[in-house]
Design a protein around this ligand. Structure first.
Ligand code: SF4
Length: 378
């Protein structure tokens, strides 16, 4: 999530609104935050952003921003905090939007990039309003956490709101799948009849002990039951595997396990680890140079691909993959946390390569190198 900092005036609670640089009709203004390029303060808006303050300010909520105001585009949705911090919750011109609906979780994954909170404010009303303000042509929207299903009824309300306000949008739900072991819970979700819901669930290993060690909970069999419960209703499901030192050796066995037990899944993503949160704290236990698991990854990918399963590699760099795997590699890192390093400047694959997470700037494969000729790779 991008954030900007400004100086607040007349702001004593959080304000959510849609950014506009053009005047909107007065009766619609309460949902809009107007960027004023002069000292004019029009009435009726939820707030005004400006980079020049007028000599006199009335009671209108204002944030005076000096830097980066031009990063905000019409149709973006922002949350202004009383401190003047501006959080960009939705960007109209990207495919990377997601809503973090809770930071509570029933697992404690050793590489979790978003460590959990045990207490938090109820964000349901805010999230419903956020969804209602999004552009109706939004192509894809992520629902993430924490563990979104822990919200129970609020979780169903969020999915229903997405169906109501964004009927054309693909909803991509990231969940550990544990709560779907409860068939009643699955039925409540299915009853919503969301037209385009894709549920992605992690399976980190083919054994209960290894998976449970990674997620810090006894969830393996519940997640498996959850997958079968969802499959009963032909729910579109994907599997996600974050690769690190604790699970890379058994990637080929995991691929076999997936093929034999979950032939119904729509997609399988093998992912390089993002080094923030618990992954950063536990880096010594988790880090293996991704170059060193290429053989295991190649065996797993080829096994699944040969059996007509839809498989991808996320968050990887082409220069450390064997060429046979390039076609599976996707540009998957959200634009606001995606970087390319010096080696990339003259690389002839820079437009095809997904680059790195910004959090990897101090920890990435020592085999990254500029690609000058594709024939270097076999
Ligand atoms: S040098 Fe950079 S752009 Fe080229 S393949 Fe490697 S990471 Fe990608």
């Amino acid at each position: 999530m991008r954030s900007l900092a400004g100086y607040p005036f007349n702001i004593n609670k959080c304000i959510l609104g849609k950014v506009t640089t053009k005047q909107v009709l007065p009766f619609k203004r309460r949902n809009y935050i107007f960027i004023s390029t002069n000292c004019h303060i029009p009435s009726g808006y939820a707030a005004i952003l400006m980079n020049k303050l007028p000599s006199e300010v009335d009671l209108t909520p204002i944030v005076h921003i000096i830097q980066d105001i031009d990063h905000l585009k019409d149709g973006d949705i922002i949350l202004i905090e009383p401190s003047g911090q501006i959080n960009v919750l939705y960007e109209k011109n990207t495919y990377d939007n997601s809503i973090l609906v809770t930071q509570r979780c029933n697992c404690a994954c050793i590489m979790c990039p978003q460590p959990k909170l045990s207490n938090e404010y109820d964000q349901l009303d805010l999230n419903i309003k956020l969804i209602s303000l999004m552009d109706k042509n939004t192509k894809i929207l992520g629902i993430t956490g924490g563990e979104p299903t822990l919200l129970e009824n609020s979780f169903f309300e969020i999915i229903s709101a997405c169906k109501k306000y964004l009927p054309k949008t693909e909803l991509n739900l990231l969940t550990n799948g544990i709560n779907f072991h409860n068939l009643d819970f699955v039925q409540k979700l299915i009853k919503i009849k969301h037209p385009n819901l894709f549920i992605e669930i992690p399976i980190y290993a083919d054994t209960d002990s290894q998976h449970n060690k990674i997620i810090g909970a006894k969830g393996f069999y519940k997640t498996i039951q959850g997958l079968y419960n969802l499959a009963l209703f032909n729910q579109k499901i994907g599997l996600r595997i974050v690769i690190h030192k604790l699970n890379y050796e058994r990637l080929p066995q995991l691929a076999e396990f997936i093929y034999h037990n979950f032939p119904f899944v729509f997609h399988i993503a093998f992912m390089q680890m993002e080094i923030i949160g618990h992954a950063k704290e536990n880096i010594d236990e988790l880090w293996i140079d991704p170059y060193y698991y290429d053989n295991h990854l190649e065996t797993a990918i080829n096994y699944l691909n040969n059996r007509q399963m839809n498989v991808s590699i996320y968050n990887s760099q082409l220069c450390i993959l064997p060429k046979s795997l390039w076609k599976f590699s996707k540009k998957s890192i959200s634009s606001w946390k995606n970087i390319y390093i010096d080696e990339c400047t003259n690389c002839n694959q820079v437009n095809n390569c997904g680059g790195l997470f910004v959090s990897s700037i101090n920890k990435y494969s020592e085999y990254l190198k500029t690609i000058k000729f594709d024939t270097e790779f076999v």
